[in-house]
Ligand binder design. Structure first.
Ligand code: NAD
Ligand code: UFG
Length: 343
């Protein structure tokens, strides 16, 4: 029996393959390589000393999915596949809804056909919109104040999963709402490899540090936060990957689930942009030049999780602190200045 990992060649997926291996679980990666290359899988194989089973395909293609489920005995699915660039989703909403929402529907349909009814879905803190209280708890309302189609696609998929669960309690579903994953495997062999100029803070910082970009633009210093810059709950990608193994263990223990288990995956601690820059400078010994500019449209001031449910339900806690996250991001960046292209 194996775990199907859709989007397994990507940033979070590739790290999760290692945690699955460490837990003694077989995985099959299904990815259309739209935002990844096979190089990440080669590197994972190098780390674990074992080849990764890979099938190239798209979650929107039911025929390909049927063939996949016919060829492998799939016990459960970790569903990472999707498009994730917030700004691009505003430009290309149909592409995002098609890929993320329609793709997930096709996947669920084929899973149902093959009576494979366990799934862990990659959702995002973005579904909470702009909550008026911190820390964010899972029961806070979702769906209001989401500023982009990417975020709405995550919200829509969550609602679809809730309806599916209601219709048939033999579906076992965990929805993980990720906060801000950063960092990399400590080998420096795999990490985040954004296309072009990064949208997210950590890859931007590390590309400034390596000299590929001149300076970081800090989007706003007039938020009601410790130093005026945006506050986020950064989480080491290896910790996040491990949460998926814990979620699988949880699913294996359930017989029926009347509703999906929805869990925040964060550390429960917020850091400002300037605090993250300082932590990065401290561990790397490299200065990160930055300039304060205006706010970025759609950004919230503060977002951090109440992470107690993850501990209670999944027995999961984050192990790595902000300095380890910065050290591992920097190690990956230094060893792979051009990401996976260097090899
Ligand atoms: P990523 O882009 O590195 O990985 C996604 C993978 O899915 C890529 O390898 C891509 O090629 C593949 N893919 C995309 N569309 C596909 C399709 N139609 N069929 C098959 N494969 C497809 O992104 P990531 O950072 O690893 O994120 C994984 C998941 O977690 C995504 O669903 C993302 O929305 C979600 N998420 C990420 C973050 C974050 O900050 N990285 C935060 C919250 C949620
Ligand atoms: N920031 C900068 N300069 C940059 C990039 C980011 O100052 O060049 C700031 C942002 O304004 C924000 C913080 O750094 O305050 C973090 O920004 P990121 O883009 O790294 O992360 P976001 O919190 O905006 O977005 C992330 C994921 C989204 C997801 C969202 C959910 O990238 O996919 O969390 O909260 F939807």
């Amino acid at each position: 029996m194996a775990i199907l990992v859709t989007g397994g060649a990507g940033y979070i997926g590739s790290h999760t393959l290692i945690e699955l291996y460490k837990a003694g679980l077989e995985s099959v990666v299904y990815d259309n390589l739209s935002n990844a290359s096979k190089e990440s899988l080669k590197r994972v194989a190098q780390i674990i000393g074992q080849e990764i089973t890979f099938v190239e395909g798209d979650i929107r293609n039911k025929e390909q999915l049927r063939e996949l489920f016919s060829n492998y005995s799939i016990d459960g699915v970790i569903h990472f596949a999707g498009l994730k660039a917030v700004a691009e989703s505003v430009q290309k909403p149909l592409e995002y809804y098609d890929n993320n929402v329609v793709g997930t529907l096709r996947l669920l349909e084929v899973m149902g056909e093959f009576d494979c009814k366990s799934i862990i879905f990659s959702s995002s803190a973005t579904v909470y919109g702009e909550p008026n209280k911190m820390p964010i708890r899972e029961e806070f309302p979702t769906g209001n104040g989401i500023t982009n189609p990417y975020g709405r696609s995550k919200y829509m998929i969550e609602e679809i999963l809730k309806d599916l669960s209601k219709s048939d309690s033999s579906w076992k579903i965990v929805i993980l709402r990720y906060f801000n994953p950063i960092g990399a495997h400590e080998s420096g062999l795999i990490g985040e490899d954004p296309n072009g100029i990064p949208n997210n803070l950590m890859p931007y910082i590390s590309q400034v540090a390596i000299g590929k970009l001149n300076e970081l633009q800090v989007f706003g210093d007039d938020y009601p936060t410790v130093d005026g810059t945006g506050v986020r709950d950064y989480i080491h990608v290896v910790d996040l990957a491990n949460a998926h193994v814990k979620a699988l263990e949880y699913l294996q223990k359930q017989t029926v689930m009347p509703e999906p288990l929805i869990v925040n995956v964060g550390r429960g601690q917020g850091y400002s942009v300037l605090e993250l820059i300082r932590a990065f400078e401290k561990v790397s010994g490299v200065k990160v030049p930055y300039r304060i500019v205006g706010r970025r449209e759609g950004d919230v001031a503060i977002s951090y999780a109440d992470a107690t449910l993850a501990k209670k339900k999944l027995d999961w806690v984050a192990r790595y602190d902000i300095e380890k996250m910065c050290a591992d991001s920097w190690n990956w960046q230094k060893k792979n200045p051009n990401g996976y292209e260097t090899s």
